[in-house]
Design a protein around this ligand. Structure first.
Ligand code: PMP
Length: 351
């Protein structure tokens, strides 16, 4: 049962559970069994999570099943309502997430790209809230979820969050949780030529919010993205008060001028793992870049786990033409993540 506003406002029918009973049932399902669940669930989906497939005794193709989500040590159906409405993270954004990709590899298998780096960044974010984040457990759970869902080309979304225990701002009494979802589709910009505009919003300064993937911090990105779309653009570019480029709402910025590739460096920007990869692949220099320099570049592209290398077609009134360097780099990146460049095999974790 999904708890909606409607459910909560309607008087309870005689045989239906009251809102309070429903909430208690959800809470019980969400939190009580999770802590003591059988370890087998860490590697294999439960019969319940596999859905009607096993009950009916007929084979349902993996792609048609509701994907399972790894939640505190067990698999649950992806559409199960699990978090109580008093979940701290829902009220204050006290959560940390990652965006990770796995790719189908030529040998018929799949590999996760730079899994340890993503999990280490997540651990750093979790530390901010005092969440005890176990990198190895989260990594194993990620691989297990991909296997359980039969996903090869997937976007992986781990989230760790503060649960229940208080409605106040002291997070110490709160329960801590971890989930890992895998989605067979790629999200975000996904490599398509993108129309960019300078945002009237400024990026969260790192002196107020560390450049980590703290969920609450993404309200800043959402406001900028929304404003850009309202003006007919695809994506927003953050610049600072001094006219330096910071980053996009979910991607880092590069420019190419006279064949020289430059990666924008800014302390308020997330130190992207794709950015690091692109620097390594292209030999790009990393330095502060002004908006004027960006407007004067031959090519601009943005990059991120979901965005990969996305060429910019328009930056406000500036139009960019062909982007041969970006194209070449994007093609190299595509080979690297799919295990076709043995030199970079160490970046791949086999599923
Ligand atoms: N900046 C922001 C704000 C992001 O959300 C992302 C996506 N994680 C990036 C940059 C790119 O980071 P990465 O390459 O590690 O995905």
């Amino acid at each position: 049962m999904h708890l909606t506003a409607e459910t909560l406002e309607r008087p309870a029918a005689a045989d239906a559970p009251s809102p309070a009973q429903a909430a208690a049932a959800v809470r019980e399902r969400a939190y009580a069994p999770a802590r003591s669940e059988v370890p087998r669930a860490e590697v294999e989906p439960s019969a319940a999570a596999r859905g009607s497939e096993s009950r009916a005794g007929s084979e349902v193709p993996t792609s048609q099943r509701t994907p399972v989500i790894w939640f505190d040590g067990r698999f649950i159906p992806g559409d199960a309502p699990e978090a109580p409405l008093t979940t701290h993270a829902m009220h204050y954004g006290t959560a940390v997430f990652e965006g990770i990709r796995s790719y189908a590899t030529a040998d018929g298998g799949a590999a996760v790209f730079r899994l340890p780096e993503h999990m280490e960044r997540m651990r750093k974010g979790a530390e901010m809230f005092g969440i005890d984040f176990d990198v190895e457990r989260a990594s194993q759970a990620t691989l297990a979820t991909l296997r359980a869902n039969g996903h090869r080309d997937a976007y992986i979304r781990p989230l760790t969050w503060m649960g229940t225990g208080t409605i106040g701002l002291d997070v110490d009494p709160l329960s801590q949780h971890l989930m890992i979802a895998t989605l067979p589709k790629v999200v975000h910009l996904g490599g398509a030529r993108t129309r960019l505009t300078v945002s009237p919003w400024k990026r969260n300064p790192a002196t107020s919010l560390p450049a980590l993937k703290l969920s609450g911090a993404y309200v800043n990105s959402i406001l900028a993205k929304r404003e850009a779309k309202q003006r007919g653009f695809d994506e927003a570019l953050f610049t600072d008060d001094q006219g330096y480029v910071v980053e996009c709402t979910g991607a880092n910025v590069f420019m190419v001028k006279n064949g020289v590739v430059t990666s924008v460096d800014h302390r308020d920007a997330l130190p992207g793992i794709t950015r690091d990869t692109m620097i390594e692949l292209s030999g790009a220099q990393s330095r502060a870049v002004t908006l004027h320099e960006l407007l004067d570049a031959d090519e601009v592209f943005v990059c991120g786990t979901a965005a990969e290398a996305t060429p910019i077609s328009v930056l406000d009134r500036r139009e960019f033409g062909d982007n041969p360097v970006t194209r070449e780099l994007a093609a190299l990146y595509a080979r690297v993540v799919r295990g076709e460049e043995p030199r970079y095999a160490a970046w791949l974790t086999a599923v």
